[in-house]
Design a protein around this ligand. Structure first.
Ligand SMILES: [Zn+2]
Ligand SMILES: [Zn+2]
Length: 155
């Protein structure tokens, strides 16, 4: 097991610097995301893993804390529609997502044309683009194959 010291900034210091209280729940969620290999997690998953580590926190607190961390810029929200979101540590790198609507697998990508266009679109509506991730939805190759296991080859 690698030591748990590779967080760039200890969670409490970072939270306080951003004007947050640094509650135990805020520290637990940020610390979890900083220590975990970069990924995209549902609030339920984050809650489950933190609880498995022995910290007591209920799911509604996890949702509230994730909202606070998104507002403060520590965490990015990947919207999946129907009030469902994934969360990831905000590394400051602008990127978008392609999400499989069946298994939830997430691919990250960055496309210079999309990046330019959204700045231009925001400008057109008199807004300054401040960064919001796109979540394109699709069905991955594995899920497509599972959905059609016996499909005969076209002749
Ligand atoms: Zn899939
Ligand atoms: Zn991402």
């Amino acid at each position: 097991m690698p030591p748990r010291s590779h967080s760039p900034v200890p969670a409490l210091d970072a939270l306080k610097r951003a004007g947050l209280l640094g509650t135990a729940a805020q520290i637990a969620v940020l610390d979890y995301l900083q220590r975990t290999e970069h990924g995209h997690f549902s609030a339920e998953e984050i809650h489950r893993r933190i609880a498995a580590g022995g910290d007591r926190m209920n799911l509604s607190t996890t949702y509230r804390v994730l909202g606070q961390l998104v507002d403060a810029g520590f965490v990015a929200n990947v919207p999946l529609g129907k009030h469902h979101s994934l969360y990831e540590l905000n590394t400051g790198e602008v990127h978008d997502h392609l999400v499989c609507v069946v298994c939830g697998r997430v691919e990250e990508f960055s496309d210079p044309t999309i990046n330019r266009r959204r700045v231009a679109i925001a400008k057109k509506f008199g807004k300054r683009f401040v960064g919001k991730t796109l979540a394109l939805q699709g069905v991955c190759a594995d899920c497509t194959a599972r959905a059609h296991p016996t499909r005969p080859r076209a002749k």
